[in-house]
Design a protein around this ligand. Structure first.
Ligand code: UTP
Length: 288
């Protein structure tokens, strides 16, 4: 079955970006001039996703408002003849009735956030995208996962190779057969010490999951950091259905970290026709 629904967990506290995230959701922080969550939604839309499910929390109303229409703003821009800005005020692909919001109510971890979407996924395989992982590519990175799912079914996640000393920040894969960019997943472990890590293949926030994961998440087991971990539930799916990882080969910015977020801003600004030259000149001036 094709992948029609994507879940966007945006229920986290975003503590690493305080004070910016006290009243503004982390996922609304802009990279150049577009909020992180919009990059993720556009990636999903361009990969063919039709239903967008956001798992939100107290203080995240800006996410809902962002994917709604703003009649007052649109009227003002229309009256001023600013059609180019009018186009930016509407997120393409946000069809009424296809954007759903559910509250996590308690920030118990990513696994708990995904479980909160259980009544909105229609018992079908679904995608999960973490907006603070900004992945770029010639085609939407999620599309690579959907291709593997179409071919072999089961669960599919996106990975990159991280330095050995960084494994403690990621879910890490125990690899089986490797075929080009596709890796058979034999095991998964959340945040292993570098000495215990089964590989350097780290999950980076894109998942295709079978709906059966919901009942495992519903058991509410606490894992690393006392949180209900998505990785732990995924590990229990291995063996029951095919499980693969796809190596993401385009740029990746960890926008949950300050340096990654700043790098994304600089890199995407340098790519822009309207900004690139000015930003490059500014950087040259600032650098010693
Ligand atoms: P992070 O681990 O980056 O946590 O979550 P966080 O709360 O957003 O940020 P810090 O660590 O406090 O700075 C990864 C993704 O999972 C979501 C977050 O919103 C983010 O998109 N998440 C995490 C939830 O939706 N609920 C949770 O309980 C935890």
């Amino acid at each position: 079955m094709g992948i029609r629904t994507a879940v966007f967990p945006v229920g986290g506290l975003g503590t690493r970006f305080l004070p910016a995230t006290k009243a503004v959701p982390k996922e609304m922080l802009p990279v150049v001039d577009k909020p992180l969550i919009q990059y993720a939604v556009e990636e999903a839309r361009d990969a063919g996703i039709e239903n967008f499910v956001f798992v939100t929390a107290h203080g995240k109303a800006a996410v809902e408002n962002h994917f709604d229409r703003n009649a007052e703003l649109e009227r003002a821009l229309r009256e001023r003849g600013q059609d180019d800005l009018l186009e930016l005020a509407i997120v393409a692909g946000t069809v009424p009735g296809r954007m759903s919001y559910v509250r996590q109510m308690d920030a118990l971890g990513l696994g708990h956030a995904v479980w909160c979407a259980r009544n909105l996924i229609a018992d079908e395989p679904f995608a999960v995208l973490l907006a603070d992982e900004l992945l770029r590519g010639d085609r939407p990175p999620l599309a690579d996962l959907i291709d593997v799912h179409t071919e072999v079914g089961g669960n599919v996640i996106s990975v990159i190779e991280v330095p050995q000393d960084a494994t403690g920040s990621y879910g890490i894969v125990t690899p089986g057969v490797i075929n080009g960019r596709t890796i058979e997943v034999k095991g998964l472990v959340e945040k292993p010490d570098p000495a215990d890590a089964p590989s350097r293949y780290a999950a980076v926030g894109r998942y295709i999951l079978e709906p059966g994961i919901m009942s495992l998440l519903g058991e509410g087991h606490r894992g690393a950091g006392g949180e209900i971990q998505l990785t732990d539930a995924m590990a229990r799916l291995i063996g029951g259905a095919p499980f693969h990882a796809v190596i993401h080969d385009g740029p990746r910015y960890d926008c949950g970290m300050k340096v990654g977020f700043l790098e994304a801003n600089v890199a995407l600004a340098l790519e822009r026709d309207d900004l690139g030259a000015d930003v490059a000149a500014t950087l040259r001036r600032l650098l010693p």
